[in-house]
Design a protein around this ligand. Structure first.
Ligand code: ADE
Length: 355
């Protein structure tokens, strides 16, 4: 089967009939290919983030009128909300190439130097997880961002010379889930800083219907809304769930997704009414049952669950915090009365879950 994207004359056909992934690396590649294949490439097909889109449209129009590259941009917010996708839309609207990398891939000075030197005038460099950039790479970036120069040193000790190598004027788009961890000097070099917000159920329904259209999956409005409600405000999760629900619908019925099939499939996947999965629930239950509702340190929780601190902080927590099911305090994480209610505990004293 091939996928036809809905971006007019930039329509691309992507073969999704590739073999199912076996290894973890294959799975990451497969997910990335799938994400790339359904990414919107224009502001019209990019759903949600409307205030941000309006601001960006003006910024882009002004840069085009001035015939100058865009100012450097920083996007921050929880993972899966479309930061990379938005960077791609901006490149498409500016009519320039985008080079995509992430901070952990820029470990050695030559990694960042190589990529900067490969850029052409006006091009966009996208660095994901930019808060993880090391000090050396950051210091190479400062003059590159500010004056479009690379400061290179040659020779050793007494004979050391600094060479200023000019770079073409480029735009850096940085993305981070942790704006607070960005160093001040790096943050100050971005002309435009924006936060991406969680999506509403209505917006996620539109994302789901768009993806279903691309994948040729039949879905009703209430089927899309049922998936949207359990997608934690996050398009990446919605797009993942639609594939799983579609599998279920194909095996258990005629492949068409309506509200009943969607809810049954999501129940089978153990995604609850709030969109919490088993890791989220284990985290919350652990705080309630072993730590009396908290506060308890994130490292302790990660060790007890056998999870990575970063996974808990970056993937689980943003939505739990926003949903009011978790609080971050100086002494650690705490649950709230809403957590007890949501997980079916009669009250905060009785810690025996009804489920
Ligand atoms: N897929 C992922 N993010 C999206 C968005 N904002 N709009 C449409 N499709 C998407």
């Amino acid at each position: 089967m091939s996928i036809i994207t809905d971006d007019g004359n930039r329509t691309k056909r992507i073969d999704i009939n590739q073999k199912n992934p076996n290894t973890k690396a294959e799975k990451i590649d497969y997910d990335r290919n799938f994400e790339n294949s359904i990414r919107p490439k224009s502001f019209d097909t990019y759903i949600g983030q409307s205030a941000l889109k309006e601001t960006l449209k003006i910024t882009i129009a002004a840069a085009k009128k001035r015939e100058k590259p865009l100012d450097h941009l920083l996007f921050y917010g929880p993972p899966g909300l479309g930061k990379t996708t938005l960077a791609g839309v901006i490149a498409e609207q500016m009519g320039v190439e985008i080079k995509i990398t992430s901070a952990p891939a820029l470990e050695r000075p030559r990694d960042i130097i190589g990529i900067l030197m490969s850029l052409k005038g006006g091009e966009i460099l996208f660095i994901d997880e930019i808060h993880r950039l090391n000090k050396v790479a950051e210091e190479i970036l400062y003059p590159a961002m500010e004056d479009f120069f690379l400061d290179m040193t040659t020779g050793k000790s007494q004979t050391v010379k600094t060479l200023r190598v000019p770079l073409p004027k480029f735009t850096l788009i940085g993305a981070t889930t942790k704006a607070g961890e960005l160093s001040g000097p790096l943050r100050d070099r971005f002309g435009i800083i924006h936060r991406l917000e969680f999506y509403t159920d209505e917006e996620l329904s539109q994302v789901i219907k768009r993806t279903a259209g691309i994948l040729e999956i039949e879905i009703t409005d209430d089927g899309a809304l049922a998936i949207a409600r359990r997608s934690r405000g996050t398009p990446r999760i919605a797009n993942r769930l639609i594939k799983r629900v579609s599998d279920y619908a194909l095996v258990k019925s005629d492949g068409k997704i309506d509200k009943k099939i969607a809810n049954k499939a999501l129940d089978t996947l153990k995604i609850d009414a709030f969109g919490l999965d088993s890791t989220d629930r284990s985290l919350l239950k652990l705080i309630i049952e072993k730590y009396d509702g908290g506060p308890v340190g994130i490292e302790t929780l990660a060790a007890a669950l056998g999870e990575d601190v970063r996974t808990l902080e970056d993937v689980c927590e943003p939505f739990l915090l926003q949903a009011g099911l978790l609080q971050r305090t100086p002494r650690g994480r705490k649950v709230t009365p809403a957590t007890y209610r949501h997980l079916g505990y009669k009250n905060a004293v009785d810690q025996q879950s009804l489920f």
